[in-house]
Each structure stands twice: as structure tokens, then as C-alpha cells.
Design a protein around this ligand. Structure first.
Ligand SMILES: Nc1nc2c(c(=O)[nH]1)N[C@H]1C(S)=C(S)[C@@H](COP(=O)(O)OP(=O)(O)OC[C@H]3O[C@@H](n4cnc5c(=O)[nH]c(N)nc54)[C@H](O)[C@@H]3O)O[C@H]1N2
Ligand SMILES: Nc1nc2c(c(=O)[nH]1)N[C@H]1C(S)=C(S)[C@@H](COP(=O)(O)OP(=O)(O)OC[C@H]3O[C@@H](n4cnc5c(=O)[nH]c(N)nc54)[C@H](O)[C@@H]3O)O[C@H]1N2
Ligand code: SF4
Ligand SMILES: [Mo]
Length: 694
């Protein structure tokens, strides 16, 4: 028996180290969290502890397939790799001769590995001159906000969390979405720390915190500015930190003056006392007691129109109170900006034909893009889509449009997948992809400080191939000649990092390879004396660069696109705000097809408050229809005060084909974008709910 180091490939902040035992026949027989890896600490989440069920799933795609039925019908016949590659190359070449921008990649976070996510695929599309894709469906509002405020996605060390004294878990549900943070937060709680959740839903995390504030979705910017108002009003400030390591205090002070707690209470639908008490506990802990205050900010709150401004306002708070002076204080939303990646070497935009940057399609508006006729403004009509690491039919907003787009008979669609997802049903050609057990990769993390190396533990199953190999083969078949398009996986990994950077220059490739990880050489605490990666080196309350982009340079409250207050007329028809945060046993739409995990919930549910249920004559377990002008889906009602009045909660992301009406929550979400980062606004969505017969 042999043991290999696998990196959990999923889009999760914890990026765990997994030990896999492989028997003499080459079959993986056991997975466990690596006890030596400090942040994994021997523990995996429920989903990934069942990973053998996913790798050896009886429905793994094993051979290339060609569609024989109608688009969406899911009928395919087996073909050889030679046939598949030849027919894809032929189609793409004939489109590329007319206009390569008519070819569009569609990918997101199926795997977070540098090689299988972007490396070879990016080089392939760049050389071809295909459209660029702005991957905005998850974190780009928050990322833009962190960039403007702290200079990049930088944050507090996960390994310090147990020493914090006050932890605000803001728009995040780590019991579900980052269990290794949660274990350390619980350790802090056992040592006397106070945990406060800020979440419209009484999530599994909120339920276990000491206090829970449930603002209306999309109102966090107002809450954060009111807290800043209180801290300034009551002089709970670290003047020395502000003077030396921040920029724009006077401007922030002026802005916060517009947000007295009374005003925020109205906007957020909280009580003034709740906001005053929260401000006081922050001030008392940080300033009076000089103890570490940590904000664990999640992505939940930035999936609304004002998401960028909200994250910006929140990210200002630690600098105001000097929380960065403590190793366990500060702000943790992302650490991915701490990894010195060499994106230019990895993705090779220098390969663009004639050096010209192709047009960019926003993934959050993919439905519209697929339905556009070509014109001068939009550019070429989309004629081919190559999907990999993504399940757009299930995860993109406004899915009726996405479905209509993928149904187009004049669209050529290739789906590179492990499973016959909702999206694969619409493919012209499906190519079978390996899983993380079957290929090599290198991973940065967004929740800790370790660079992680994945070893291939087993041979590819069936005829599966890694994405990198598929794009190498396609490039060769299409006659795209460049050494970068035939580079092997190891050289892609070696090219991907600035190894001479102070954070990485002590790392050894051999250690990465044999141990499975190396820690970034980051000082702790990282920003006790400023040193933020902004232009000024300071935490920027006022951002010159945002001003140049025509965005408010000081954080503000930006109303949701769709709320009872911002759209009173629309709200007469569709009076409930819907959020669709992650279901515990899925990871986005991955794992929905793993029976042991899906059976924990059985079918899509909708949580709604007893008052909202009573008004509609809805009882628990009753089927309901959730709808607005964009579309509808069905779910089983759960009447519970975990949902606050006026807000319904649809745990997600279900495969459409596993639900009673073949649809999911993204039928009602919209393609409208956030204030910063051009991101999707999944949790900014008015709906109505009606009872269906049992
Ligand atoms: N089990 C599991 N783990 C996952 C995932 C998964 O699908 N399943 N997804 C992974 C991915 S891709 C990501 S990006 C991360 C995300 O993980 P987190 O950063 O924790 O963010 P979310 O889970 O999207 O949202 C967390 C919470 O935000 C709340 N929320 C919704 N709208 C608002 C709002 O307007 N304001 C506030 N304050 N809160 C709001 C939701 O109710 C939810 O409880 O998790 C990763 N981990
Ligand atoms: N309503 C609503 N919609 C949402 C969200 C929400 O909270 N609510 N969350 C959003 C967020 S945060 C995110 S990150 C996105 C996630 O959206 P996606 O990144 O599309 O995530 P998944 O749905 O997990 O689909 C990933 C697919 O990649 C495949 N895959 C995995 N590894 C490989 C590989 O090595 N090669 C290939 N070719 N395929 C592979 C998996 O089988 C899976 O089907 O969804 C977004 N959509
Ligand atoms: S999904 Fe997250 S918590 Fe689960 S094993 Fe992967 S990285 Fe760890
Ligand atoms: Mo995400």
C-alpha cells in the first residue's frame, strides 16, 4: 500500500491536505485529513471524507461522447478520442478563420489547481485569440473592494484565530463553508471569546454564535458605516494606527456621520440597541481591553448590488481600532493575494494574435451573451463554447436565458466534465476529465498561508484525461504551434510562482513534492506596522484608484437592485427577498449527484418565516413555487424562524435534473451586476412564493 498527498481541489477557503491510501492494484481505498498539515489538522468535511464515492462514482464519464438526441435531452453515443479531437478542431478552426472571438471559454471553480484550472487552457485560448472570460460569479466584488482598501486579498493567519477575543462572522457560514476556520473559532469561544454572526439567515454558524444580528440582505454597508459612526463618536479609535497606517480618515469620518445608528437600523431592519451594542463591544474589546478583534468576512454579503462598498466599509474597521497590531486580529476574507503568482508566465497573454487583447465576456451575464446577435458594440455572435470546471446551467444567474442560449442549434458546445451534469446534457461533444486523484497540480489557498502540491495517486480512470492534456492535444490538432502549448504539467507549475519573492524564496520544490505543502514566509502579525500592498502602503479609507475608475472613493451604502425599499412597485408583486447560500452537503453544484450526500436533504427546500408562510397558507413540507418575472422553480417548504420575515432561503446549488420541475433557484436570480468587480448578484432578488398541492 502507498500513501499520496492530495490537495482538496474544491473552491473552499480551507484547501485541505488529504492522505490517500492506494492498494497494490492501484485503487484508492481510504482518504483522511492529513494530521501533519497544520490547518487541515487531520479533519475533512463530510463531503470530502466521502471522496471515494465521487472518484469511483458509477456515473463517472469514461469516454468521449457525441450528442445524438436534441440539445438538453442527454442522449449521446460513444466516440474515440481521435474522432472527438478531430471534429472539435475542425469546428473551431472554421469559426476561428472568420473570427476567433466567436469562440468563448466557460469555466470556473471545479478545481482550483493552477494547472487544471487556468494554465494550459488560458494559453490555448490566448493563442487562438478567443474571447476572454471575466470570471465574476463568486468573489470579484469582494476582491475589488479588498484591492482598493488593503491592496489585495490579504488577511489574518488562520492559525491565529483561536487567540482572538471577539470574532465577527459577517456574511459567512463557516460551519458549512470553511469548517477549519470554525474549529478555531470554537477554540477561541472556549477560551472566552465572543462570537457574533451577522447574517440574514440563522445559519448553522449563527445558531452556534453568542449573538446573531439578522439584517436584511444587501444592507451590510449601512451597518458597517453605523459601526464606524459609533467608534468615531465614542472615540474607540487607535489614533496612532490611523495616523501612521491609514489614508483618508477625515473623508471616512464625514461619510460615517451620514449613518447614525437610527438610520442604519431602518435600512437594515435591526434595532438601534443591537447596532449600539455591537459598536460598543468592538470598541471595548479593541480599545479598552486592548484585545484582538477579528472580522471573518464571507462572500455571502457581496452577492448584492452594494457588495463591493459593503466589503470596503467592513474592511476599514480593523484599521480604525488597530486590530492589525494583534496576530489574531484584523480581517480574514481572503489570503489569495498573498501568494506571489506569476500570472503572465502562467497564462501567456503575449500569445494573443498580433498582440491584440480580445473582447471580454462577463460570466455573470453569460445568458445574455449567448443570446446576442453580433453587432458593432458586442462584437461577434458566440458560435462555440468550451465548458470546463463549470456547470453553467446550474450555477449561472437568470438560467432561463442560459438554457435558451445553450439550446441554440447554431452553437457548438464542448463540455469537459467528470459527470453528466445539467450542462453536459447540452453538449455537442463531451470529453471525460480526470479527478484530482488522477492528475498533478499546485494550489494556492484563500483561507490560509500554505502553497499546496497535489500528487497523482491513481491512474486516470477509463479514457479520462486531465484538462491540461486535453488542451495540449487540441492545440496540436489545430496546428497551434508554440512551445508553451506543449509544456508539461510540472513546468506549468514551476512557471506559475515568483519563487524569488520574500514569501516563497525559502521554499523547496522537493519539499512541496514530498510533504505536500510549504508555508508562505509571512511575518506575523503581517500588518502591525502597515505595509499593506496598496499604492500608499496604508489601509485606504479613501481610494484614489477607485476615484479614477469613477467609483465613490469612500465606502458608501449602495441599495440593492431589488428590495422592498429600493423597488416598492416591484415588491408589490414580488414581496420577498430570496437568498440561495450553500447547502451543507454540496459544494456549489458538485456532490449533488453523490447519493449518500444528496440523500441528506432529498430535494430542494425553501425556508420561510412562519408569518410569511401563514399569509400564503403554506405548511412545512408542502411543495411551493417560487417565481418572479425571470422564471420560477419548485421546492419543499420549511416553515421556520431561521428565516427572518421578508426573506426566504433556498439552500443551493441543486442540479436542475434532480428537482421536481427540472429547474433550480437560478431561474429567478438576475444578471444585474455589483457596484464593484462586475460580479453576480445572486442574493439580490425579489420573488413571490405560492403553495402547490401536496
Ligand atoms: N459546504 C459547502 N462549502 C462551500 C461551498 C458550498 O457550496 N458548500 N462553496 C464554496 C464557495 S465557492 C465559496 S465562495 C465559499 C463561500 O463561503 P462564505 O464566504 O461563508 O459565503 P456564503 O456561504 O456564500 O455565504 C455565507 C452566509 O452569507 C449569508 N448572506 C447572504 N446574503 C447576505 C447579506 O446580504 N448580508 C450578510 N451579512 N450575509 C448574507 C448567507 O445566509 C450565508 O449564511 O464557500 C465555499 N465552501
Ligand atoms: N444561486 C446561487 N448561484 C451560485 C452561488 C450561490 O450561492 N447561489 N454561488 C456561486 C459561487 S460562489 C460559485 S464559486 C459558483 C460555482 O460554480 P462552478 O465553478 O460551476 O461550480 P460547480 O457547480 O461545483 O461545478 C464545477 C464543475 O466542474 C467539474 N470539475 C471538477 N474538477 C474538474 C476537472 O479537473 N476538470 C473538469 N473538466 N471539470 C472538473 C465538476 O464535476 C463540476 O460539475 O456558483 C455560483 N452560483
Ligand atoms: S471542501 Fe473544504 S473543508 Fe472540505 S476537504 Fe475540501 S478544503 Fe477541506
Ligand atoms: Mo464561490
Amino acid at each position: 500500500m502507498k500513501t499520496f498527498h492530495i490537495v482538496c481541489p474544491h473552491d473552499c477557503p480551507d484547501t485541505c491536505s488529504i492522505q490517500v491510501n492506494v492498494d497494490e492494484s492501484g485503487r484508492a481505498i481510504k482518504v483522511q485529513g492529513n494530521p501533519q498539515h497544520p490547518t487541515t489538522d487531520g479533519v475533512l468535511c463530510t463531503k470530502v471524507s466521502r471522496y471515494l464515492d465521487r472518484v469511483y462514482h458509477p456515473e463517472r464519464l469514461m469516454t468521449p461522447l457525441r450528442r445524438v438526441g436534441r440539445k438538453g435531452e442527454g442522449k449521446f453515443e460513444r466516440i474515440s478520442w481521435e474522432e472527438a479531437l478531430a471534429s472539435i478542431a475542425e469546428q473551431l478552426k472554421s469559426i476561428a478563420v472568420r473570427n476567433p472571438e466567436a469562440i468563448v471559454p466557460c469555466s470556473y471553480g471545479g478545481t482550483m489547481g493552477i494547472v487544471q484550472k487556468e494554465g494550459m487552457a488560458a494559453r490555448f485560448f490566448n493563442k487562438l485569440g478567443a474571447s476572454l472570460l471575466d470570471r465574476t460569479v463568486c468573489a470579484s466584488a469582494g476582491a475589488a473592494a479588498l484591492k482598493a482598501t488593503l491592496g489585495a486579498g490579504v488577511g489574518t493567519d488562520l492559525e491565529q484565530v483561536q487567540n482572538a477575543r471577539l470574532i465577527l462572522i459577517w456574511g459567512s457560514n463557516p460551519v458549512v463553508c470553511g469548517v477549519h476556520f470554525w474549529r478555531r473559532a470554537q477554540a477561541a469561544q472556549r477560551q472566552g471569546a465572543t462570537l457574533i454572526a451577522i447574517d440574514p439567515h440563522r445559519s448553522l454558524t449563527a445558531q452556534k454564535c453568542d449573538h446573531h444580528l439578522a439584517p436584511l440582505p444587501g444592507t451590510d454597508g449601512a451597518l458597517a458605516l453605523a459601526l464606524i459612526h459609533i467608534l468615531i463618536r465614542d472615540n474607540w479609535l487607535d489614533r496612532d494606527y490611523i495616523n501612521h497606517y491609514t489614508l483618508g480618515f477625515e473623508a471616512l469620518k464625514q461619510r460615517a456621520a451620514d449613518f447614525p445608528p437610527e438610520k442604519a437600523a431602518q435600512i437594515c431592519s435591526l434595532s438601534v440597541e443591537q447596532i449600539e451594542q455591537l459598536g460598543a463591544v468592538i470598541g471595548q474589546t479593541a480599545i479598552q481591553a486592548q484585545q484582538p478583534v477579528l472580522i471573518k468576512a464571507g462572500y455571502g454579503m457581496q452577492r448584492v448590488r452594494g457588495g463591493g462598498n459593503a466589503v470596503r466599509a467592513i474592511a476599514c474597521i480593523p484599521a480604525l481600532i488597530g486590530a492589525w497590531r494583534h496576530a489574531a486580529g484584523g480581517h480574514l476574507m481572503s489570503t489569495s493575494g498573498m501568494f506571489p503568482m506569476d500570472t503572465a508566465s502562467l497564462e501567456r497573454t503575449d500569445l494573443w494574435p498580433e498582440g491584440k487583447k480580445p473582447r471580454t465576456i462577463n460570466l455573470s451575464q453569460f445568458g445574455d451573451a449567448l443570446l446576442q446577435q453580433g453587432d458593432a458594440k458586442f462584437g461577434a455572435k458566440v458560435e462555440a463554447v468550451i465548458v470546463y470546471n463549470c456547470n453553467p446551467l446550474a450555477i449561472l444567474p437568470d438560467s432561463e436565458k442560459v438554457v435558451a442560449g445553450f439550446k441554440r442549434d447554431d452553437l457548438f458546445t464542448v463540455v469537459i466534465e467528470q459527470f453528466q451534469t445539467d450542462t453536459a446534457d447540452y453538449a455537442d461533444i463531451i470529453l471525460p476529465a480526470t479527478t484530482q486523484f488522477e492528475h498533478e497540480d499546485l494550489h494556492k489557498a484563500y483561507g490560509h498561508y500554505y502553497l499546496m502540491k497535489n500528487q497523482a495517486a491513481i491512474a486516470p480512470l477509463g479514457e479520462c484525461k486531465p484538462n491540461s492534456e486535453i488542451f495540449r492535444l487540441l492545440a496540436a490538432q489545430m496546428g497551434l504551434a508554440d512551445a508553451a502549448l506543449q509544456a508539461d504539467d510540472e513546468s506549468i507549475m514551476r512557471d506559475a510562482v515568483h519563487w524569488e519573492h520574500e514569501y516563497t524564496n525559502q521554499m523547496r520544490w522537493e519539499t512541496l513534492q514530498t510533504q505536500g505543502w510549504e508555508r508562505l514566509n509571512v511575518a506575523n502579525p503581517p500588518f502591525a506596522k502597515g505595509g499593506f500592498p496598496t499604492a500608499s502602503g496604508k489601509c485606504e479609507f479613501f481610494s484614489e484608484s477607485l476615484m479614477q475608475q469613477g467609483i465613490d472613493p469612500v465606502p458608501n451604502f449602495v441599495e440593492p437592485h431589488e428590495s422592498v425599499f429600493s423597488q416598492p412597485e416591484l415588491a408589490k408583486q414580488f414581496p420577498l427577498q430570496m437568498i440561495s447560500p450553500p447547502e451543507q452537503h454540496f459544494l456549489n453544484s458538485s456532490f449533488v449527484n453523490v447519493d449518500s450526500l444528496r440523500k441528506k436533504t432529498l430535494e430542494p427546500t425553501l425556508e420561510l418565516h412562519p408569518n410569511d408562510a401563514a399569509e400564503r397558507n403554506i405548511q412545512s413540507d408542502q411543495p411551493v413555487r417560487i417565481f418572479n418575472k425571470r422564471g420560477s422553480f419548485q421546492a419543499k417548504a420549511q416553515v421556520t424562524d431561521r428565516a427572518r420575515p421578508g426573506v426566504v432561503v433556498a439552500p443551493s446549488i441543486w442540479w436542475r435534473k434532480y428537482s421536481r420541475d427540472g429547474k433550480n433557484c437560478n431561474g429567478v436570480s438576475s444578471q444585474a451586476l455589483t457596484d464593484m468587480g462586475a460580479a453576480a448578484t445572486y442574493y439580490d432578488c425579489l420573488v413571490q412564493v405560492e403553495a402547490l398541492a401536496f
